[in-house]
Design a protein around this ligand. Sequence first.
Ligand code: COI
Length: 362
Amino acid sequence: LDFDIKLSQNPTPQQERERILANPGWGQHFTDHMITIRYSADRGWHDARLEPYGPITLDPATQVFHYAQEIFEGTKAYAQADGSIVTFRPYSNAARFNRSARRMAMPEIPEELFVRSLELLVSTDRDWVPRTEGYSLYLRPFMFATSRALGVQRPSQEYLFMVIASPSGLYYPQGIKPVTVWISTDYTRAAPGGTGEAKCGGNYAASFAGQAEALEHGCDQVVWLDAAERRWVEEVGSMNLMFVYGSGPDARILTPALTGTLLPGVTRDSLLKLAPDLGIPVEEGKISIDQWEADCASGKITEVFGCGTAAIISPVGGVKGPGREWKIGDGEPGPISMRLREELIGIQYGTRPDPYGWVHKI
Ligand code: COI
């Protein structure tokens, strides 16, 4: 499939772009171009384009507006010290995108085409990749149902795949200061057999009420417990969770296993591979909310952090729920969290060796 390329006639002036890149915030600014590729049941993938970034027009009866058949990915492009631009494990995102597609009865996109879309957009808009360490160009591939039909007897017969790019600074305005989390009592994120392990927009739509509950209780993020027993810790906000037991050479990591209701994070997977190389054993298992509290009280748990592409590693400093509250650590990010963060960022920015070949040059 060849891309039809149409470059923007009025790209953002250099001065304006540099002003944005100096302080990009998160997910607020977009580059000059975007990718669109169409799918229909009879033609398959077709009409691949790189075109100027801008609004799209859709019929009010377009399926996605009504039944939310939509999935997305998040990945980043980094400027390395030697000037090269790279992405991180893009084939992992492609594979997860297709797993999400299967769950949502949407067509899979060839992994090569997915990765080529990222490459084409990043190379066209390479001047938008921030040079500041810790900043990156966030890439947002997504796909949604475009049939003009209100029936729910069958999934959409047409889809639009797109990629947009957004220069990004730190995800949380407070930087890597530990966040406090609220144990939601009213809401759960994902039930067995549901869509919890798919990266579909609907999961995030359903999370806003829980997030609002957390804010009302003076917390930054919500902790999601399993839907069946309301007991097992699954995720925090839009991140996977890791628990550090012990410290120094005795430190080890426990993270909730992928039971089908958790999002299989690429950052999670990367840390599970990197930690043992640094002498930190990892275990995928189960941890209940009561165990979390007890193991903090006894000092067994020394650090807790959320991990994801957007925030990288985000330490958790305190937990609150109805009638309970406890702290983790001393309000500063813990040494294991910071060590892992440095290692991962080092690979992404090319200042450390890349033993698993995760870095993908554009
Ligand atoms: C993450 O990268 O951690 C995410 O879940 C992306 C978020 C902005 C939806």
